[in-house]
Design a binder for this molecule. Structure first.
Ligand SMILES: [Zn+2]
Length: 414
C-alpha cells in the first residue's frame, strides 16, 4: 500500500469512527468518553480526539458529571441538539408538515399546512418551501443544517423526478430535487414517505434490534412499505422497492392503474374502507356513523375509531376485511424478506389500534412457519410524532453524522 492509499484509508476509517460516535451519542443521550469507548470498541485516545473535533464544531458539548463504577466520576458528553438540527418535511396528497428537530432527535416545533386543491404542483412546492424557510428563519440560536423531504411516492434515485405516484396528478416526471433545492442555502435530501417512515423506526429501535432487518407498513390512503435490510434502506434499482400496495392479492382481479391485476391497494386502504362503508350506508344499513356522516358528509378518522370501539357492525365488518387483506400483504413481505420486526402505522393502524394488531398477528401466526413466527415481532407504530416527518429529518441528520464539518462550516459561512 502506498502512502496516498494509506492516508485515504485512514481518512475513511476516521469518518466511520466519527459517524459511529455520533450515532452512539444520539442513542445514549448522555455518555462519558469511557462509555463511548466501551460501546464503540474504539481506543480511548481515538474517542478523545473525535470528541474534541466534534466539540470544536459545536455539535457536541460537555454536560455535567457522571458517576460510574467504583465511585469514578467522569464528564458527560451529549449532542448539542438545542443549537443544531435539521428540518423534516412531509408532503401528502392533502397537506404538508414541517418539523424542526435537534440532532439528537428532540422536536423543537411542528406545523401542518393544508395544500390548496386549486394550486398547481409548482405553486404547492413554492408554498412548502416558503413555510419551511419561515420556520427555519424564525428560530433563534438554532441552526438548521439540512432539510429532508418525504414525498408521497417513489423517487427515482439517479434521475431528478418522481417516477411513479398513484392518485396524485401533476407530480409525475417533474425535476423535484432542483425545484426543492432552489432557494435553500443548506443541502436537501428526498426520500419516499414509506422509506422515511421506516428510517424513523430504525432510529427508534436501533439499540434493540439484533439484525436490523425490518419493514414499516404505511397503511393509510394507500399501502406502502419501507424496508430496512441489515440497517440500510432497501431501495431497488429505481427506488421502487417495497411497493406492497401493488403486489397481487387476486390475479383474476380488476386492473389497477399500475398495470397489474388485483393489487392489494384495490382491496385495502383507508379510501377503500370509506368507500365500502358509504356503500352500505347508502343501502340503508343501520350504523353508529350514519348520523354524523349525514350531517357532515364525512367519515372522519375519529368517528371510525369510535365505531370500531363500539363494535358497530357495518364499520367493524368492513374494517375486518381491511385487516384480512393487510395481513395477506404482510405475510407476503415476511416470506420474501424475513424481517425481525414489522411495524404497522398510519391511518388504518390509528383507527384500529390493538384490535387490528391482534387480528393481524393471529393471521400471520397461522400462516407462516413456526420458526419465522418465533423470531418475529409485529407492533404498531409508537413514535408519537408522524414517523414520516421524523424519518425525513432523520435521513438529513444521518447525512450530517457522516460528515459534520462539511455542514457546519457550510452553514457558518452564511
Ligand atoms: Zn397496482
Amino acid at each position: 500500500m502506498n502512502t496516498e492509499e494509506k492516508s485515504i484509508n485512514q481518512e475513511k476509517q476516521q469518518k466511520i469512527n466519527r459517524t459511529l460516535v455520533l450515532r452512539l451519542l444520539r442513542q445514549e443521550k448522555l455518555a462519558s468518553r469511557a462509555d463511548i469507548a466501551k460501546l464503540s470498541g474504539l481506543q480511548r485516545a481515538t474517542i478523545t480526539n473525535i470528541v474534541k473535533e466534534l466539540m470544536d464544531l459545536g455539535i457536541v458539548v460537555e454536560d455535567g458529571i457522571l458517576s460510574g463504577n467504583k465511585g469514578r466520576r467522569s464528564i458527560g458528553i451529549r449532542m448539542n441538539g438545542g443549537n443544531f438540527g435539521v428540518a423534516g418535511v412531509m408532503v401528502t396528497r392533502e397537506y404538508f408538515g414541517v418539523s424542526l428537530i435537534g440532532l439528537s432527535g428532540e422536536i423543537h416545533e411542528t406545523k401542518y399546512f393544508k395544500l390548496e386543491e386549486t394550486d398547481s404542483v409548482y405553486e404547492s412546492i413554492q408554498r412548502i418551501k416558503k413555510e419551511t424557510y419561515h420556520m427555519m428563519a424564525a428560530q433563534k440560536d438554532f441552526r438548521t443544517l439540512a432539510v429532508g423531504f418525504a414525498v408521497p411516492g417513489p423517487y427515482k434515485i439517479d434521475g431528478d423526478e418522481i417516477i411513479f405516484i398513484t392518485n396524485l396528478v401533476g407530480w409525475d416526471g417533474i425535476p423535484i430535487s432542483s425545484l426543492l433545492q432552489e432557494g435553500f442555502d443548506v443541502p436537501i435530501y428526498i426520500e419516499n414517505d414509506a422509506n422515511a417512515g421506516a428510517f424513523a423506526q430504525l432510529w427508534n429501535y436501533e439499540k434493540t434490534l439484533a439484525k436490523k432487518d425490518m419493514a414499516y407498513i404505511v397503511a393509510g390512503q394507500g399501502i406502502g412499505c419501507g424496508i430496512i435490510s441489515n440497517g440500510v434502506l432497501l431501495k431497488g434499482a429505481l427506488g421502487i422497492a417495497g411497493e406492497i400496495g401493488h403486489t397481487t392479492i387476486d390475479h383474476c382481479g380488476p386492473r389497477c392503474e399500475c398495470g397489474n391485476y388485483g393489487c392489494l391497494e384495490m382491496y385495502c386502504s383507508m379510501l377503500v374502507l370509506k368507500k365500502n362503508i358509504r356503500k352500505r350506508l347508502k343501502n340503508g344499513e343501520n350504523s353508529y356513523v350514519r348520523e354524523e356522516y349525514e350531517r357532515t358528509g364525512n367519515l372522519s378518522q375519529q368517528l371510525l375509531k369510535e365505531a370500531i370501539k363500539k363494535q358497530d357492525i357495518v364499520v367493524k365488518e368492513e374494517f375486518d376485511k381491511m385487516c384480512e387483506y393487510l395481513a395477506v400483504g404482510i405475510i407476503n413481505i415476511i416470506n420474501q424478506l424475513n424481517p425481525e420486526l414489522v411495524i404497522i402505522g398510519d391511518a388504518l393502524a390509528e383507527i384500529g389500534g390493538e384490535y387490528m394488531l391482534n387480528k393481524i398477528k393471529k393471521k400471520i401466526q397461522n400462516r407462516v412457519r413456526p420458526i419465522i413466527w418465533e423470531n418475529l415481532q409485529v407492533e404498531l407504530n409508537e413514535i408519537p410524532e408522524n414517523p414520516i416527518l421524523v424519518g425525513a429529518a432523520a435521513i438529513a441528520a444521518q447525512k450530517i453524522f457522516e460528515n459534520p464539518a462539511e455542514f457546519i462550516e457550510g452553514a457558518t459561512k452564511k
